[in-house]
Design a protein around this ligand. Structure first.
Ligand SMILES: Nc1ncnc2c1ncn2[C@@H]1O[C@H](COP(=O)(O)OP(=O)(O)OP(=O)(O)O)[C@@H](O)[C@H]1O
Length: 357
């Protein structure tokens, strides 16, 4: 296992990039802690696969270094990096049995038969395939084959890291949750450094201790699921994490107050004079509907999503989402109030830290 350091890394698929826009990965320095369970989360095309391929050695970065522990591996091929990889689609040997597939990475490294048998049994139990160990992989469903790929990715104990690239895409929805839980248990048990690429926030938040959010070729925030929810460092994180995402409202901020088009709200902290486009961010969960004092809104639509309702409304022409309790009565002349300590302030999309009183 190893700590992975990306030092001043950047990548462009063009031989002579003219400007920053032509870099799929903008310059970044990032450390993945030894033994950490990370999710790499972002929308399609933001650079997740590019970053993962640079870590695994499938791609050489146009700039910067990759270190495993203290060793510079930038110029080492994948085989020399001692990593396991699980891809979006199954990579299995059809003519081998499930058992042989799982044992393959261990046999390849000359492990003792007793050790291989024990380890294969353990992994087979984890992926729920004990009953089919002696069946040929050919003829199994895509779902089952991907479980073998996952098992094979995890069978070695002595890897520097395990990299997963959207590994649950072909897995049946009800099985996804189970496999994610098992992956997490395996991480607790063996402490491998794991990097799990996904564009699905539920997958990221349930798997990882630390979620690395990428947007437009940059890491915009690394944090626990709670940090990403409570204090998104960038408006993209606010919008991408949460369902629905964070409300963003244009504002003029003066000290502990934000002046919006619909009125003024108190903030939980004091802010210096801000430049650029200033907005406040408030999660729909922290907006309350009231009949008492507050900012007037007009309700456009109410969506029942089971445990609660999502109220889609407008505040002086700007859309605002509100999470309301299931039995909550909607006021005839609705107004909203925000929990001041839950308001984040953004200048040109980046969060500004306020000064608590
Ligand atoms: N081989 C390539 N040649 C040229 N451009 C590429 C290549 N691979 C990716 N890109 C571009 O680099 C950017 C980042 O792509 P990448 O596949 O890393 O994103 P991603 O976040 O993994 O997306 P997805 O979730 O769709 O796989 C995109 O603009 C993509 O079009």
């Amino acid at each position: 296992m190893a700590r992975i350091t990306l030092s001043r890394l950047a990548h462009s698929y063009l031989p002579n990039p003219a400007d920053e826009a032509q870099f799929a990965l903008k310059e970044m320095t990032h450390v993945w802690r030894d033994g950490g369970a990370y999710a790499l989360l972002g929308a399609s095309g933001c650079g997740k696969t590019t970053l993962l391929n640079i870590i695994s050695g499938l791609l050489r970065p146009s700039q910067g270094r990759v270190l495993f522990g203290e060793t510079d591996v930038t110029d080492l091929p994948t085989e020399a990096r001692d990593i396991a990889q699980v891809f979006q689609f199954p990579v299995v040997y059809d003519t081998m049995t499930v058992r042989e597939n799982l044992a393959f990475p261990l046999r390849n490294r000359g492990k003792a038969p007793g050790y291989i048998a024990a380890r294969v049994a353990e992994i087979a139990a984890m992926i729920g395939m004990e009953a089919v160990l002696d069946r040929k992989a050919r003829g199994l469903t895509a779902d089952a084959k991907q479980k073998i790929s996952l098992g094979r990715g995890m069978v070695r104990e002595d890897v520097n890291a395990i990299l997963f690239d959207e590994p649950l895409t072909v897995i049946d929805p009800h099985m996804k949750w189970e496999l994610r839980t098992q992956l997490k248990a395996l991480h607790r048990q063996f402490g491998h450094t794991m990097i799990y690429v996904t564009h699905d926030q539920t997958e990221a938040l349930t798997f990882a201790d630390q979620v690395v959010v990428m947007h437009d070729g940059r890491v915009v925030q690394t944090g626990t699921p709670e940090e990403l929810f409570e204090a998104p460092a960038h408006t993209f994180v606010g919008y991408f994490i949460g369902s629905p995402g964070m409300n963003l409202l244009d504002a003029r901020v003066e000290g502990r107050r934000a002046h919006l088009r619909g009125g003024t709200v108190e903030l939980g902290a004091a802010y210096p004079a801000l430049e650029g486009r200033v907005r406040i961010g408030i999660r729909p969960e922290y907006v309350a509907l009231t009949e008492g004092p507050g900012l007037p809104v007009s309700i456009r639509r109410v969506e029942d999503v089971g445990r609660h309702r999502i109220v889609r409304a407008e505040l002086s022409g700007a859309p605002i989402d509100i999470v309301a309790e299931e039995g909550e009565r909607l006021p005839a002349e609705p107004r909203v109030v925000f929990a001041p300590e839950k308001i984040n302030v953004y200048a040109d999309d980046w969060r500004v830290e306020g000064e608590a009183a």
